[in-house]
Ligand binder design. Structure first.
Ligand code: GZL
Length: 328
């Protein structure tokens, strides 16, 4: 039996309508009534935004699994702004949801709203990217990926396969995000062991394909033939860079080596086609694990404080064989 929570306040109702919250697994009338079905779980999900194919797959995983389990999912698209995510979390608290999931766009600035959720006795599961907090008791669990390990895997693969190439340009993810911070640090740490490899330029493309393309166009104008390798923090930017490289009359995967992270299907295909050289998986399909974690927390069962998905690497030795089974 789910605990009853305070009914939707008029302020939260208008905020919810204003921010275009959607309840993805109940009919409109049920959703508007809040926790009308006591036995049904209601989860508020504050997503970062819709910046990449990875993010879309992540959103769909939570939506589809909620549908499958009969969970009422109140979804808020943060539109790539932390203030929108924080506003959504406050609205979920006012609506009295049973649990809250946050995919924090940046690492810092979460303590106040996490304290509010804790005071309201609503468990928060941090998903995908981590939060930097002075008090780990402010969230119930973290379910995500090891971004540092992904950056290390990319760098070690490059050290093994770069041959006589040395000059790298780096396309960084969203500034302040744990994914960008960790992937940049891991790559730099690994490169310290391979002094022949050096980063000659590094700009953010915000995990977006279009920005990956424009940043790569600018880098090609600045550095020309000096660019021998691209290290992209995600596949969307790598695929944008590939477009820019082709439009500059060069052959991606040959003239310029491309190393990336996420392993979305389009990138694994590009690796199989020889246009990309390596992509390190960062699995976005968190739905089942997130709801298992929430159900365990609400049942008072112990859960791992931090759990990480296992990731694998795709290059020309295994990409083609992997394609049929890729789910995102
Ligand atoms: C990683 C995730 C990153 C992906 C990008 O877990 O936070 O954000 O690598 C996405 O594709 O935009």
């Amino acid at each position: 039996m789910m605990k009853r929570r305070p009914f939707l306040t008029s302020l939260a109702a208008s905020a919810a309508l204003l921010l275009g919250f959607t309840a993805c697994s109940k009919s409109g009338s049920d959703a508007a009534a809040g926790n009308s079905g006591d036995s049904q779980l209601t989860v508020g999900f504050a997503q970062t935004g819709a910046e990449s194919a990875w993010r879309t797959a992540n959103t769909n995983s939570l939506r589809n699994e909620a549908e499958k389990r009969g969970i009422e999912l109140k979804f808020a698209d943060g539109q790539s702004k932390q203030e929108n995510q924080i506003r959504a979390v406050r609205s979920f608290i006012a609506q009295g949801v049973d649990a809250i999931v946050i995919a924090p766009i940046v690492e810092t600035g979460w303590d106040p709203v996490l304290r509010e959720a804790k005071r309201a006795n609503i468990p928060v599961v941090v998903m995908d990217r981590t939060v930097a907090t002075s008090d780990e008791s402010l969230y119930a669990a973290f379910v995500g990926s090891d971004f540092y390990e992904e950056g290390r895997m990319a760098a070690d693969w490059l050290a093994e396969n770069a041959g006589d190439r040395t000059n790298i340009v780096e396309l960084q993810g969203e500034p302040g995000s744990a994914a960008a911070n960790e992937r940049r640090k891991a790559f730099a740490d690994a490169l310290a062991k391979h002094p022949n490899l050096k980063i000659i330029d590094s700009q953010t493309g915000n995990f977006r394909r279009a920005e990956g393309k424009t940043v790569m166009e600018a880098m090609l104008k600045t550095h020309g033939d000096a660019i021998q390798i691209v290290y992209a923090h995600n596949d969307d930017m790598a695929l944008g860079a590939i477009q820019a490289i082709e439009e500059a009359g060069k052959t991606p995967g040959e003239d310029i080596m491309i190393v990336s992270i996420d392993a979305i299907k389009e990138a694994v295909q590009a690796v199989a086609d020889g246009k990309m050289n390596c992509t390190v998986e960062c699995n976005p399909l968190f739905g089942p694990k997130i709801y298992d974690t929430i159900e365990a927390i609400l049942a008072g069962k112990p859960v791992e404080k931090k759990s990480y998905n296992k990731d694998e690497l795709f290059d020309q030795t295994n990409a083609a064989a992997a394609l049929p089974s890729r789910q995102y």
